[in-house]
Design a protein around this ligand. Sequence first.
Ligand code: ZN
Length: 376
Amino acid sequence: MSIGDDLLNQIKIKIDSKLFSFQVKEEIYNPVFQKILKEAKRNNSEIYCQCNNVKMQIKNLKDKFYLSSYPNRKKQHSEFCSFSEKVDNFYTRENNQFILENLNLFLASNSNSKIRTGLNRENRKYTQFSGLILNLLDSAYSQAFNIKNKGKDRLSKDLKNPEFELFLKAFVKNFINLKLKSGYDFYKNFKEKGLSFKTGKVYKIGDNFIKTKTFFKGEFITENIKIKEEILKNSLKNVQIFDKFISPPYFFFLVKKKRTVQKLFLYPVVDSKYFLPVESEFEREKIKKFSEKYCVYKPVLINSINSVLTKKYSLIYNKSNSVIPRPDLFVFTGEEIVIVEIFGMDNDKYLERAKEKEEFYKNLEKPFRYGKLVKR
Ligand SMILES: [Zn+2]
């Protein structure tokens, strides 16, 4: 079972009679969906945001296609819809760089809105802070994977999982290279406000502290960091699925002002020297097992899939004209690329969506193969 899909897909767009769903607005720039938008624009398709059946339009600028609300309809979106005025477009990825609307919005975002592991469906909007960090995580993970396996065919037996440290370096680099929409340097602004950040692994949670390992001058150091109960509680909502709590270790990222932690982001990972994100305990157990034998990739968002598969295999993966699904796991065996869906829960909605995904996988050509793991 992945947290993804039904729970995650907060954006649902209907183009003519076809329904597409996304986790974040940014996935609109996925090459596959760009093609769909291009065609839809040419065909004058009817487009609706499914939050409240709000009519939308496609705009194109340079080579990119955007979905946008008609000015008089902007207010019709539900409060939690990514197209609503309240949760506006706060960053886009251009030239592999993240662009943030502004620093104040980033800091002001309410940390008690959970991002992806939404227990309450109505409360699963992305905040600027957590949405951004999740995107940086996804991006840094794929970068670390690609650095580790540079120049290697994805059917090579020599593929390796990226170390946590390699991932962290990519993450930090991306964070300090953030740009603000005004062109102003985000990190410079961040420091001028007296802010600092810390990132690494959390492996224990207390009532008002986290026990962390952070990477400092070439090695990991252990540190207890004090965190207000309220902030901690809110961050912990991100590591729950339904009522199930996913235990540490977590990847963490926090923002501090002087000695006070203002923001905390947590994401469950496998306990290993590699960076291996997970979305449930069952998944953790399975991914750990696979990773001991093979190189694996667990897509956190859909954005990174193409770059990890490299052009050669993403062309095969994207061959179908429908929106490509985000599998729970890719396993690179050296002979095939096995797509694994991990079913830890028999939620009807989830299984329905999984059926659609399975249809997609069944039509995939070699070297892809579909495999299914069911909790018994
Ligand atoms: Zn909407």
